[in-house]
Design a protein around this ligand. Structure first.
Ligand code: BG6
Ligand code: MG
Length: 219
């Protein structure tokens, strides 16, 4: 077995946008008249925009119509975009750039597999677009993680088999999606939270693609 493709989640793996999502959702909660804490925000990681809103409304004990929900999601995104539009290459998480450069140099296929509908804009702002052979994001899938659709679509576009793909994920739902896709998965974060991953590292700093692939190839 040989890994031929690397598939990266975006938020929490390549950039730390959780703070911006939090500020924007907190503002919506404030307008609706309840508090939304940073701890509660943890539940939104890796989850789609509409599912995030459902969790937020559950926290506030509110039930809204589909139309009201769509308006709120749009409002949240407009607020979120004011932060995203100001993002720079300086916000790429430590070690990511050399890791992507090494993957390119090794002629591995590289894809993005993200729940975010803002993924292309974030890659453009952080100047990372050239590293990706394809982008599959929240605009391209019907089922959100933990459904494997996003990763299976990426493998299809890269013309590789699922078992030749290694996914990098920071969210439990994302790790589950990768495993359900029949792919290998490196968790980025804590081994306690991401216990379903094949390997967990705290971040990319100090890790080379070669070191990581050695642990997977011909397993
Ligand atoms: C994921 C984030 O990557 O994208 C979630 O971890 C977010 O927190 C989701 O809700 C959807 O993002 P967006 O940019 O389409 O609202
Ligand atoms: Mg993530």
């Amino acid at each position: 077995m040989t890994i031929r493709a690397l598939i990266f989640d975006l938020d929490g793996v390549i950039v730390d946008t959780a703070r911006y999502h939090y500020i924007a959702w907190r503002e919506i909660a404030r307008e609706l008249g309840f508090r939304f804490t940073e701890k509660e925000n943890e539940r939104l990681k890796g989850v789609s925009r509409m599912q995030s809103l459902d969790i937020l409304l559950q926290v506030g004990g509110l039930q809204l119509t589909q139309h009201e929900k769509e308006q709120l999601a749009e409002k949240k995104n407009a607020h979120y975009l004011t932060y995203i539009e100001r993002m720079t290459a300086g916000e790429v998480l430590p070690g990511v750039l050399p890791f992507l450069a090494e993957a390119k140099e090794m002629k591995l296929r590289v894809a993005l597999g993200s729940a975010s509908k803002n993924a292309p804009l974030i890659l453009e702002k952080t100047m990372l677009s050239p590293f990706f052979d394809c982008i599959v994001d929240g605009n391209d899938v019907n089922a959100a993680k933990p459904d494997p659709e996003v990763f299976l679509k990426a493998a299809q576009l890269l013309e590789v088999k699922p078992e030749e793909c290694l996914v990098f994920e920071d969210a439990e739902a994302g790790v589950e999606a990768a495993r359900r896709a029949g792919m290998w998965c490196v968790g980025i974060g804590s081994p306690q939270v991401l216990s379903a991953a094949n390997l967990v590292i705290p971040g990319f700093s100090g890790f080379s693609v070669r070191d990581i692939l050695e642990k997977f190839n011909s397993k």
